[in-house]
Ligand binder design. Structure first.
Ligand code: COA
Length: 197
């Protein structure tokens, strides 16, 4: 860390990032398909405090939380989004990713660029076997992002999330390690899975 892409630096969160995250999590349009939000300033501070400790994946539920900073913009480096990768189970072979980007920085491929770096982290660094992304089925921008990255659409779960007092459908996308075209380093043999199927 940090991870560097053509236009971005992906780094761990700092307390000073609360304002940057609030700029987009404070908006109705950004949080429309998220579990909750929009945030206020106190929530932004709490979230940054919680996510600052998420640095490495060592067990189920552990996550790496990163902010995407666009380098060398006119006003200096700017937080344009955040992206999280976590382990779904203790084998650490199954991961899940989620992303939230500032709409003001949208439509330029920055989320795609950040997600590619995080998929390299998942398949290359952590040697994961599979990464999934779940989203509100109405979230067309997130579905397009998955398809741009090469995820396969695997299923639609009907009304399985209660989001903002509404039962919503979930779209599931998945990618297996051999499907990831990035610079994947050789992983070790898969560890046996734990927990119920
Ligand atoms: C999901 C989300 C990150 C997608 O953002 P985005 O701006 O569409 O994604 P990108 O930054 O990769 O930009 C892609 C767009 O830029 C265009 N683009 C321009 N230059 C590009 C480039 N170099 N590479 C890729 N795409 C590029 C693409 O064609 C695409 O446009 P389209 O969607 O109209 O086809 C964003 O909508 C978001 O944060 N939503 C709110 C939070 C949310 O719901 N998160 C998902 C939870 S599962």
């Amino acid at each position: 860390m940090p991870l560097r892409t053509e236009r971005l630096e992906l780094r761990y969160l700092r307390d000073a990032d609360a304002g940057g995250l609030l700029r987009y999590y404070g908006r109705e349009d950004t949080t429309r398909y998220l579990l909750d939000g929009p945030w206020d300033a106190a929530r932004a501070r709490d979230e940054v405090g919680r996510r600052r400790g998420r640095l490495h994946i060592t067990a189920a539920g552990f996550a790496v939380c990163l902010v995407a900073v666009e380098r060398d913009t006119e006003g200096g480096d700017a937080v344009v989004g955040d992206i999280t990768l976590w382990a779904v189970d203790d084998s650490l072979s199954l991961g899940e990713a989620s992303w939230v980007f500032d709409p003001d920085a949208g439509g330029r491929g920055l989320a795609t660029e950040a997600a590619r770096a995080v998929l390299d982290l998942a398949f290359g660094h952590y040697g994961m076997h599979r990464v999934r992304v779940r989203m509100d089925a109405r979230n067309a921008a997130s579905a397009r992002l998955c398809e741009r990255l090469g995820f396969r659409r695997e299923g639609l779960l009907r009304q399985d999330w209660l989001i903002k007092d509404e039962w919503t459908d979930t779209l599931v996308y998945g990618m297996l390690a051999p499907e990831w075209p990035g610079p994947v380093t050789a992983g070790g043999p898969p560890r046996s899975q734990s927990g119920p199927r």
